[in-house]
Design a protein around this ligand. Structure first.
Ligand SMILES: Nc1nc2c(ncn2[C@@H]2O[C@H](COP(=O)(O)OP(=O)(O)OP(=O)(O)O)[C@@H](O)[C@H]2O)c(=O)[nH]1
Ligand SMILES: [Mg+2]
Length: 302
């Protein structure tokens, strides 16, 4: 068989510290927002797949929660979920933030990268934030820390260098079939994407502990074909009454703003009009309760 007729396909896991830009890169590659992003650490709570199908290859990207030092059962679940995403893959892409010195957190992630049998790609991200010499210093610092099969420098925000990453990842894929339909973009259930989009608006609206203490669940979703309307009923869980008050805001203003922002994203994602009903509830210290974490579906995936 000639090279041209060989179809390549496989799985590439994005791994890195929180905030390295894994989900931003995944969205850019898929060309559609399927993953939530924010500058709050531990934004991603679900491991999931996103699919890029082009002539000659199908690249299945696996987004993972950022690896970090866990402070509670939730953190442990998220780390375990990210590490499970190294099983049976074809390549792991280690994302490094060019704008932050390579630190202990990165070295810990790198120890898992080294232990992984898959091909390895070094991705120095956020090159738009720093000058060229900082990018090459970061690259040089990471080069000896694993046996890299490919090295890419890029900006997941502007897209600079992203095609180079796609080419490098596609080259490392084995010959294989279409694992997923060519028009599929993500394997996340719709309810999960909806809940995550709502959580993203909260992450982006509040500081300190509030974003971390939030869990979002879609309780009901139904489509009214006649008016092309999706009716969504979702619950936002906080750990304490005081956090509930913050989320609702004065006269309900904060909750209303979250709803408006989430609706815009949801209408784009679902391709329909959206009616969104948000309720805020308290579930005391849920981040320490494994059963509750699992009820939210956090950490699970694939
Ligand atoms: N300027 C710039 N910002 C970026 C780039 N990539 C990501 N960001 C920003 O960095 C922050 C973190 O990005 P995410 O994609 O959420 O990071 P993540 O690695 O998925 O984080 P976790 O899900 O918490 O592990 C967001 O505010 C992004 O907009 C980049 O290339 N340049
Ligand atoms: Mg993420």
């Amino acid at each position: 068989m000639s090279d041209e007729s060989t179809f390549r396909s496989g799985f590439v896991t994005l791994l890195g510290r929180p905030n390295a830009g894994k989900s931003t890169l995944l969205n850019f590659i898929i060309g559609k927002k399927v993953a939530i992003t924010s500058n709050t650490a531990q934004t991603t709570r679900h491991r999931f797949r996103a699919v890029l199908t082009r002539e000659g290859f199908q690249l299945v990207l696996v987004d993972t929660p950022g690896l970090h030092k866990p402070h509670d059962a939730l953190g442990e679940e998220l780390n375990a979920s990210a590490l499970q995403a190294l099983d049976g893959i074809d390549a792991v892409a280690f994302l490094l933030d060019a704008s932050k010195p390579l630190g202990r957190g990165d070295e810990w992630v790198l120890s898992h990268v080294r232990a992984c049998r898959a091909a390895k790609i070094l991705v120095v991200n956020k090159v738009d934030l720093v000058d060229e010499s900082t990018v090459s210093a970061q690259r040089e610092a990471a080069l000896p820390l694993a046996k890299w099969d490919a090295v890419c420098t890029l900006s997941a925000a502007t897209g600079e260098g992203v095609e180079g990453f796609i080419d490098a990842a596609a080259e490392l894929l084995p010959e294989g079939p279409l694992w997923f339909p060519a028009d599929m973009d993500t394997d996340q259930p719709e309810e999960v994407v909806v809940a995550e989009f709502i959580r993203e608006k909260i992450l982006r609206s509040f500081r300190d502990e509030v974003p971390h203490a939030i869990g979002v669940v879609v309780e009901d979703m139904s489509y009214v074909k006649k008016s092309n309307l999706m009716r969504i009923y979702a619950a936002i869980y906080t750990e304490h009454e005081s956090q509930k008050g913050i989320i609702i805001g004065k006269g309900g203003a904060a909750l209303k703003r979250i709803g408006t922002q989430a609706r815009e994203d949801l209408e784009m994602f679902l391709g329909s009009r959206v009616y969104l009903d948000l309720r805020v509830k308290v579930r005391k210290n849920w981040r320490r309760d494994l059963n509750q974490i699992r009820r939210f579906g956090y950490g699970e995936g694939l």
